[in-house]
Design a protein around this ligand. Structure first.
Ligand code: PLP
Length: 374
C-alpha cells in the first residue's frame, strides 16, 4: 500500500544488511614511502602501446562507445579460439558476475560459493534477492590461528556438490581463490562439474588465471567447450593492469552469453577501455614477461614467509594470505606504520598483493618482526 506521508522512498528490503564492498586502502600520502598491496593491482605501468591507444581514443569521448565491443570481441575470439557469439564483455568481471546472478537467481533461489572467497559474491547475491550458501574452505581456521599445519584454504568441492539443491541456480568457483590463493586441480574440478546438474550455471571466476603455474590446473576454457552450463570469467584488471578502466569478459555458450548481453548496462564498457584491452592483447610478450616477474616474486615471498615460520597456502595468484585470526587488525596497523597497505579481513587474516620488489621486501620485514613477537 502506498503511504503519501512517507518521508523517504520505499527501498527493497534485501538492501538491508548488505555488506559493503571494502576497497583496499590507498598508499598513505606524505609519509616516507608507502606501497599499496591491498587491491591485487599490477604494479607496472601500462603495457607498450596501451597508453597511446587510450590517449588517441580520449579525443572522441563525446561519443558513446561501441555498444557491442565489436573489435574487442573479434580480438578475443581469435586469441582464445571461441566464437564471437560465446563472448560477452562487461565493466570488469565483477560486473559480469552480477549480471550472471541477475540472469539466473531471484528470491527463493540459492547461489553457492566457497567462503572465504571473493567478497563481491555475497553482495551481488543479496542484491538479486537470492540466498547465499557459503561453504567453508578446507582446513580454514574459524577465525583463529590454526594450530600446527594450518590448512590448505582451498575449495571443498565435495561439500559444495553435496550442498546443491533444487533451489541452486548458480555456483561460483573462484580459481585461484581470492583471498587465500590456491587454484583447483583440473581432475578435481572435472569431478565436481560432473556432479553439477545441467541446469545449474557454474561460473569459473579466473581473474588470476595468468599467474597460475601449478601444472595440475586446467584452463577453465577447456571445461566450457563441452559444457553448456559453464561460464568462464576473465578480467583485464589484474595481469593486464587495466583495473581503473573496468573491462572484463565472459566465455559461455549462446544462451548464457545472450543473457549477459541482455542484462548489461548499455554502453558500460568505455571506448578507452575497449581500445586499451585490444592493445593489451597485442602486447602478449611484454605481458608474459611481467607476469613471470610477479610469479617469481610470489615464490620468493612465499618461501621467505615459510622460512620465517608462517603457514602460507599455496598461492597461484598475485597475492599471499596470512591467517592471523584475532591478530589481523594489529598486523594491518603495523604494516601501515611501516609503509605497506595490506587488505585485512577482520578476525580472519590479511591478503597481501605481490608488488614491486621494494614493497615486497618491506612487507617481509613487517612479517618477520611480527613473527618474533608471537
Ligand atoms: C579482482 C577480481 C575480479 C574482477 O575484477 P574486475 O576489476 O571487476 O574485473 C573478479 N573476481 C575476483 C576473484 C577478483 O579478485
Amino acid at each position: 500500500m502506498s503511504d503519501r506521508n512517507a518521508t523517504s522512498p520505499r527501498l527493497r528490503g534485501v538492501l538491508e544488511g548488505i555488506p559493503s564492498y571494502k576497497p583496499g586502502r590507498p598508499a598513505a600520502a606524505g609519509g616516507p614511502v608507502s606501497y599499496k598491496l591491498s587491491s591485487n593491482e599490477n604494479p607496472y605501468p601500462p603495457l607498450p602501446g596501451v597508453l597511446e591507444s587510450v590517449t588517441a581514443a580520449a579525443g572522441s569521448f563525446n561519443r558513446y562507445p561501441d555498444l557491442a565491443c565489436t573489435a574487442l570481441c573479434e580480438e578475443l575470439a581469435e586469441r582464445f579460439d571461441v566464437p564471437v557469439s560465446h563472448l560477452a564483455t562487461g565493466t570488469g568481471s565483477v560486473g559480469l558476475a552480477q549480471q550472471l546472478v541477475q540472469a539466473t537467481a531471484g528470491p527463493g533461489d540459492e547461489v553457492l560459493y566457497a567462503w572465504r572467497s571473493f567478497e563481491a559474491y555475497p553482495i551481488i547475491t543479496q542484491i538479486s534477492g537470492a540466498t547465499s550458501v557459503p561453504i567453508p574452505l578446507t582446513g580454514a581456521g574459524a577465525g583463529h590461528l590454526p594450530a600446527g599445519g594450518g590448512g590448505t584454504e582451498a575449495h571443498d568441492l565435495d561439500a559444495m556438490a553435496d550442498a546443491i539443491t533444487d533451489r541452486t541456480r548458480l555456483v561460483f568457483v573462484c580459481t585461484p581463490n581470492n583471498p587465500t590463493g590456491p587454484a583447483i586441480p583440473g581432475a578435481d574440478l572435472r569431478r565436481f562439474l560432473d556432479r553439477v546438474p545441467g541446469d545449474v550455471l557454474v561460473v569459473l571466476d579466473e581473474a588470476y588465471r595468468e599467474f597460475v603455474r601449478d601444472e595440475r590446473v586446467v584452463d577453465g576454457l577447456d571445461f566450457y567447450r563441452d559444457r553448456p552450463n559453464v561460464c568462464v570469467l576473465r578480467t583485464f584488471s589484474k595481469a593486464y593492469g587495466l583495473a581503473g578502466l573496468r573491462v572484463g569478459f565472459a566465455v559461455a555458450h549462446e544462451p548464457v552469453a545472450a543473457a549477459l548481453r541482455k542484462t548489461a548496462v548499455p554502453f558500460g564498457v568505455s571506448q578507452l577501455a575497449q581500445e586499451a584491452a585490444i592493445a593489451s592483447l597485442r602486447s602478449e610478450d611484454a605481458l608474459l614477461e611481467r607476469v613471470e616477474a610477479l610469479v617469481k616474486e610470489r615464490t620468493r615471498v612465499g618461501d621467505e614467509l615459510r622460512a620465517q615460520g608462517w603457514t602460507v597456502p599455496d598461492s597461484q595468484a598475485n597475492f599471499v594470505w596470512l591467517r592471523l585470526g584475532a591478530r589481523t587488525a594489529d598486523f594491518a596497523r603495523k604494516a601501515e606504520a611501516a609503509g605497506v597497505m595490506v587488505r585485512p579481513f577482520d578476525g580472519e587474516g590479511v591478503r597481501v598483493s605481490i608488488g614491486e620488489t621494494a614493497a615486497n621486501d618491506l612487507f617481509l620485514q613487517v612479517a618477520a618482526s611480527f613473527r618474533k613477537e608471537l
